[in-house]
Design a protein around this ligand. Sequence first.
Ligand code: AHR
Length: 330
Amino acid sequence: MRPRLMAKRALVFALALTLLALSGCAPQPAPEEQAEDAVLLGFSQLGWESAWRIGNSLDIQEAAERAGVQLMFDNAQQKQENQIKAIRSFIAYQVDVIAFAPIVEQGWDTVLQEAKDAGIPVLLTDRLIVTDDPSLYVGYVGADFLEEGNKAGKFLIEKANREGLTDLKIVELSGTLSSSPMQQRGEGFRAAIEGDSRFEIIETMSGDFLRSKGKECMESLLERHEKIDVLFSHNDAMTLGAIEAIEEAGLVPGEDIIIITVDGEQAAIDLLQEGKINCVVECTPMLGDIIMDLAKKLAAGEEIPRVTNPEERAFTEFDEDLMDIPPRGY
Ligand code: AHR
């Protein structure tokens, strides 16, 4: 790190602490042994809504330690305004790189312009934004949500083909409204089944990626629809809640209702192995090592790829190695 910058950072440190304290969160103190010239990364996490998210946060924190990256980690508790405050604190602190998982797609231009004006590169992680100015961020690391939705649809087609199923009424539990996984998983799923008269999406409800809301939505769907053959749920947390509702209604998940979910949490894989879920589309939260690698490159002034997608697969009831899936770690 440049000496002038180190001196400035000392001055703004108190300010940054105050701003983060006001936003309800404090920066993670740097480990004593961290080198003085370590890359300083400000990371704004969107919240704690699912085991996926907790796994993602832990992975980022552990990867930072492994990589010797000094991490200022802020949890926005599901509020966009808290993410904006955290990003402003990182700018005030003059971090080397800012990374964040945007809770929704819209509304970032002003704060990202401030980061750009301060000369701090911004990396999007896990979710995407919509902006007219693509220069406001340098890259994205995270899943291909469109492809995830597509895999979900393709599994349903395979299931219908193998078992000769027709007239399938589908309900969809979508994630947080206006978030990129919610938009793109829905879009990818529709694209896969489009034009196939065996499938009809009869209702979509947002369960906000939360287990409790997944259960509430499923209860309401079961009350209002006499025939539900398929549940496509945008994440495992909502699926776990929905399965509770299905069982409480006296139905057998995985048999009476085909269940397709996204993430790959251990709890969902366990239910796939028990036959209560039919397909789990993987979305890995283990992005920490890639983020640290990209942050170091950015701090060194190097170019990075515009998009980095981790490798992901789908686990289904038709897999021969269904019982040999290694522990998921989240
Ligand atoms: O953005 C990724 C999604 O967010 C995961 O599918 C979900 O579990 C999390 O809440």
